[in-house]
Design a protein around this ligand. Sequence first.
Ligand SMILES: *Cc1c(COP(=O)(O)O)cnc(C)c1O
Length: 395
Amino acid sequence: MVLKFRGDFTQQEPIPEAGIEAAVAVMRHGRLHRYNTVDGETAETVLLEQEFAAFKGAKYCLAVASGGYALTTALRACGIKHGDAVLTNAFTLAPVPGAIQGAGGRPVFVEITPDLVLDLDDLSAKIASSGAKFLMLSHMRGHLVDMEALIAITDAAGVQVIEDCAHTMGANWNGVPSGRSGVVGCYSTQTFKHINSGEGGLFVTDDAEVMARATMLSGSYMLYGSHAAGAPNETFEDIRLETPNCSGRMDNLRAAILRPQLADLPAQAERWNERYRTIEAGLNQVENLTLIERPAKEYFVASSFQFLMPNFDADQIQTLVAACAARGVQLKWFGADKPVGFTSRHDSWRYVDPQDLPKTDKIMAGLVDMRIPLTLSMQDCETIATIIKEEVSKF
Ligand SMILES: *Cc1c(COP(=O)(O)O)cnc(C)c1O
């Protein structure tokens, strides 16, 4: 009998009971808006910001409506002007170029390496050719570039780094938490990331002025004084009058759901990584299948799995994806001409000037991607790897 996988690749775990109870309490008292508190009460949103700032070792934290909103806000708060070039990974998710466009910037794509991280030689070349003063660094699918080498390049060139940590909330590079090497770190709490409130985002920085502008941008009216994890009140003196309100706050209901999940994140990260390592072991030494090397300095949180099929053409990869799907294993291919589901490529973002990215195109033509929700058991991970291995071996 053919081995089949009958589980689900999109099913997340339930919200912890403590989160459900806290959310019900918020609904019972009805004060869902972060600025709607009674005397002596600290809003769930503020508590989440304090806890997340502590988790990241950041001075300041702002909770917002989505990860994409955090990214747009970061560019604005860092002083982007209309038409400014913003460097970013050629391999990333649509909210990243979308955020650049939304902030009035112009995406300039940087090539990636076969390890799926930014190509630092191309970064240097593109800094020189574009004159960009911003890099929106996307840790796409949780792969961290050599952060010390990157920051040496950007510091020398006076480029401000905004980190897209949608896939690296609990990760670190050589002990430095992801999102803490650049000026701003942005995180998503959308359902498919590391903590789940349906939609939501978090923003951290040590820069008081950047934080004050982000707070005003998020729509704090003149209530910024209640942001216990926010910039000092005196920072707002001019900023509060100079900064437009582009409402994108988080509410207390989502914050209530997120706080217990944040407390659990380090333990959850280990569970994700056990699953990753099990699939990785099952796919080791498979002919025609290249695993992504994970550097010793990288601590990742693997909510997805990628591998490369550099010798396969488009037809072969599509045949493989279909054969795995028939056995219940959902693989995504980044080489398709048209964007499907969550996968899209730099050339599918037609609002961006077309750019020549031969290295990235070649890598993405052989790039296969799979989700690893925590609802998969270790046995499931072994089954999934066996099925992929068997199907790849048929070629
Ligand atoms: C999910 C995601 C974001 C932002 O997500 P939102 O859906 O706006 O919260 C940003 N970058 C990457 C790489 C993502 O996967």
